[in-house]
Design a protein around this ligand. Sequence first.
Ligand SMILES: *[C@@H]1O[C@H](CO)[C@@H](O)[C@H](O)[C@H]1NC(C)=O
Ligand SMILES: *[C@@H]1O[C@H](CO)[C@@H](O)[C@H](O)[C@H]1NC(C)=O
Ligand SMILES: *[C@@H]1O[C@H](CO)[C@@H](O)[C@H](O)[C@H]1NC(C)=O
Ligand SMILES: *[C@@H]1O[C@H](CO)[C@@H](O)[C@H](O)[C@H]1NC(C)=O
Length: 391
Amino acid sequence: MASFWHISIAVLILLFGGSKANTIAGPRSQLDVNHKKQLQTFRPYNIAHRGSNGELPEETSAAYLRAIDEGADFIETDILASKDGNLICFHDVTLDATTDVANHTEFANRKRTYEVQGENVTGWFVVDFTLKELKSLRVKQRYTFRDQRYNGKYQIITFEEYILIALYADRVVGIYPEIKNPVFINQHVKWSNGKKFEDMFVETLLKYGYKGQYMSEDWLKQPVFIQSFAPTPLIYISNMTNSPKVFLIDDTTIPTQDTNQSYYEITSDAYLAFIRNYVIGIGPWKDTIVPPKDNFLGQPTDLVARAHALNLQVHPYTFRNENAYLHFNFHQDPYLEYEYWLNEIGVDGLFTDFTGSLHKYQEWTTPYPKKGKKAEAILHEIANMLKDDGY
Ligand SMILES: *[C@@H]1O[C@H](CO)[C@@H](O)[C@H](O)[C@H]1NC(C)=O
Ligand SMILES: *[C@@H]1O[C@H](CO)[C@@H](O)[C@H](O)[C@H]1NC(C)=O
Ligand SMILES: *[C@@H]1O[C@H](CO)[C@@H](O)[C@H](O)[C@H]1NC(C)=O
Ligand SMILES: *[C@@H]1O[C@H](CO)[C@@H](O)[C@H](O)[C@H]1NC(C)=O
């Protein structure tokens, strides 16, 4: 917990120190959204995929704080559950790729093989570790070609710690948590009173005040999108929360993990018309919207147009700066990729590993409206009128 509590304590000192000194404006809480810069809603959302994981180990407090510094509108995470039922921020069902678990001899006998979405997977599974054990591990960078200096420095964080990072930000920052692998989690983790993973997930959001329809006053104070690749949990929770939900769509070869439906079925007009009763948008893999050929962009499909016709937002994933991920049309320039998706395809949000780059691009091309511009325009008009009157 060291790194997170370090931040938390710093914030608390700020809070208490600030409220005593600030006698004119009165005590001002870091959590008081009325004094914070609001979420921008005039341009597509910058969604920090697993935090700024292009720079720092994914889904750590450091990756989220960096993303907030760099201008993220939303910080994105994957929610899984520990053996003792605690909700944590972690992407894979196994710990192997992004932690130092292999170096912990005390867990050597904890390796298992389980069936996950129709495939046998072997490794150290999150669901076989208590939260305390998970906290004894340290997170590392997933990709060898990214900065390795932060390996071994940060712990896995809980869903609640992630929420607090967003709530303590000095401007309104949204959260974008995923109900990850719900079929697998409900098979392996049991809660009291017969509660399911989805119940625990929503209870956590409600506990911290996340509620309200998209763009409602409550939502704008604490923006959230709930996401899942599995449609059943999104439908199941629709009675428990009216927070906006996004249905994620995988590669064309991967069926849904709960309903075993094909990509073609879930992107049909009929299915989109059905799921829109429960979700505000879809989150497709970008290569299914514009299928590439030999690393060049192919002909875009009509998925975005059909989704927009049904008033569904489209938030594609995942945008990455590195050459290996950029189709040749973009001349190894990630800004050209953003230009293409924002201006030619026209999407409503982008999941990016490099929030800072997307933020810079949007500030250059669609900056926040300048304060006082209106007043300037009026003065200009008056000056013109006076000129016409011959003064
Ligand atoms: C695990 O230990 C090996 C050697 O003991 C070391 O090279 C490696 O960096 C360690 N891995 C992690 C993730 O700490
Ligand atoms: C996984 O392994 C078990 C035990 O070996 C086997 O019975 C099962 O068919 C395997 N499942 C898949 C999807 O390969
Ligand atoms: C929501 O609640 C109503 C009334 O309790 C029930 O009839 C309905 O089936 C529920 N819907 C879902 C999706 O659970
Ligand atoms: C899922 O659907 C495919 C294609 O229709 C079928 O072959 C497969 O048996 C199904 N799997 C399950 C687990 O129902």
